[in-house]
Write a protein that binds this ligand. Sequence first.
Ligand SMILES: [Zn+2]
Ligand SMILES: [Zn+2]
Length: 821
Amino acid sequence: MEYNPKEIEAKWQNYWNENGSFEPLNDLKKEKKYILSMFPYPSGRIHMGHVRNYCLGDAFARYFRKADFNVLHPIGWDSFGMPAENAAIKHKLHPKKWTYENIDYMRDELKALGLSFSTKREFATSDELYTRWEQEFIIKMYEAGLLYRKSTIVNWCEPCHTVLANEQVEEGCCWRCDTPVEQKEMPGYYIAITKYAQELLDDLKTLEGQWPSQVLTMQENWIGRSEGLEFSFELSKESRYKLDKQFASYKVFTTRPDTIYGVSYSALAPEHPIVKYIVEHKLLPDSKIEAIKAMQKVSERDRATMPKEGISLEIDVIHPLTAKKIPVWVANFVLSSYGGGAVMAVPAHDQRDFEFAREYNLPIKQVIVGPDGIIEKMSEAYTGEGELIDSESFTGHKNTKAKKSIMYHFEQNSLGTKQINFKLRDWGVSRQRYWGAPIPFVHCDSCGLVPEKTENLPIALPEDVEITGEGNPLDNHPTWKKCKCPKCGKDAIRETDTLDTFVQSSWYFLRYATNPQKWTKEGISKPDSDYWMDVDQYIGGIEHAILHLLYARFFTKVLNDLGYTNSREPFKRLLTQGMVLKDGAKMSKSKGNVVDPDLIVEKYGADTARMFILFAAPPTKELEWNDSAVDGAFRFIKRFTDRSSNVTEDAVKNFKEIDHKTLNKEEKEARRKVYEALQKSNDVFNKTYAFNTLIAASMEAMNALQSQENELVWAEGYYILTNILEPIIPHLCWELSDKLFNKENFNNKIEIKDEVFEQDSIILAVTINGKKRCEIEVSPNASKDEILSIAKEHSAKWLEGNEIIKEIVVPNKLVNLVIKG
Ligand SMILES: [Zn+2]
Ligand SMILES: [Zn+2]
């Protein structure tokens, strides 16, 4: 048979399409598998990263479909977001037109790869019907106290009159007009993810072994739970007067109460109320006030990467245990959002505090001594364990114990309390942009903030907008925001903020799980989600390890609490695929090292592209593009096609009657290799994900088949190989299976035959006094005596004239004879 990928691939893609071959069944009693690759952003064209992501997901879906599961394998589009607006500014294209044209183009590109998606469940998150349900969830979250509005600091460009995302700030300036960005306080909507912080952390345990441990660690660190002590620093009397008696104390949080006697200064965030008060009332020399103002202009994110910087506030606080005065500074490394925006600083035992103290000549007091004892001149902070010194009644205690006893001391004397703190912050979901889901609220002069009535949903975007990059197009629209208050009916103003696009990707998998016939009536069908959830296998890039996966886990828990689903942890198993590289670097237009998937499909066919991408590296590892390996995949596929002529009609009828015992050595070896590949296939899809090893095993099986001439063995070989290679090179396997077996091997589970693994003989090494002398071939059932007699016979020349004093048989391995002389 001639290999003609163009013809075969078009033929089967049409067949699958016409027959709805990949639609899940509505039979909710059958065992299911929900296989999901993270859905794409419709940026314009697919790239090799997409090919890898979707070929992996497709392989799982096809494998489990053949293993007789009811498989849900959907696709859709994460289609709101900034690039559409940027394209609108650049090319004067409406974001909606740009987005949906991209979707049409990319859908065809994915189709050309032969991916087995359910087409009936496809949607774009910018579809009004999807927005409708999302807005309902947002309102329900507001009613449950999980969504609120508060003022917060944002990046602001005055000339453009717009809020900028962090990615739009380039070296402190606006990406569009290059003006320095300001930090401005603006109201915005927040989702209270912190209320779920403990559960999000605890449930990571249930994913151990199912998710990459690296991802679990990243999530754990992001949630950042810490236990520590919260206490107050009282301001000294003079400082209280200096601050017009407006402040008496402030709270600090520390995870290291054991170092409290080493505190030598305290530092406040630039946003701390005391700092603001000092600036507003000019309580310091002008030069200091200007320096603090400059510090306040830099975003927290940028401060994190800047050199440590601080200014003395010329006030003191009283140490809660020693009653000594401690100077207070404002420092750029203190986060306003963590532990109240104030810290105690212990330079001897915290590296950041140490660097700051050295920069500004602040005292460094060692209070824990490790194995090196007292360090005369510290060159870095000592962060190890040890014994307390200079710590009043705690002197001599081990610091791990002192942590607890000092905390206890604070609590007993009402000086402070034990606190659990999380790094995780509430999720700011407001975006001042057009191409997003409108936040469904109304501002009424009489009623305040009012959620829209559900019967008025969706609140859709107006189509007649001008997108210039200046201001918020929804805010600038002449009529859109004018509305009636849903509560009192008076004139009101519609909210013009739209939702962060991470909101859409936080529940799309629950939407897929809902039968599309219910989509207009329900956002998520509970019985459908009971059946399909949780996702059995989720596949996507490691770049989503934190935000997307955390938000999706959180949203599922919230939707569960709101009664929409019984799922609580959405993704049972996670596979994070590695990047596709060329010449050692990530493919990118700017580097000029992009390989266009369309061209590979055009030149070699989709099956070759699929095989290469799964064969070139284990899925979690980086994959280096390699033209000769692409050729290699193509040659294997061609050979697999050619050799199919060895499968005769007669053999197809009779191969199930093969009598293994009567086969010769090569025939037995061929069968063994074929069944090894079958076994590998089950391991790969259920356990190891090592698709490359499955392809290698299939190649070995092909080589072994070619070393023999038994037609029955050929037929059985193709019966099995076309089955196990179908998830990888589906077009050709459907063609061959249809031609040779009438697709019977896709419908029946193929059992592994143990007889093929039974070996006729085994090879044992014979050693004399530990030195290998020869090898013998024996039956696997041979007794110890038989083995020894064969071994002695074969090694007679080395034994001659010597007395054997010991005989050892190590089963399946070797015979060792010990002689005297
Ligand atoms: Zn600007
Ligand atoms: Zn009202």
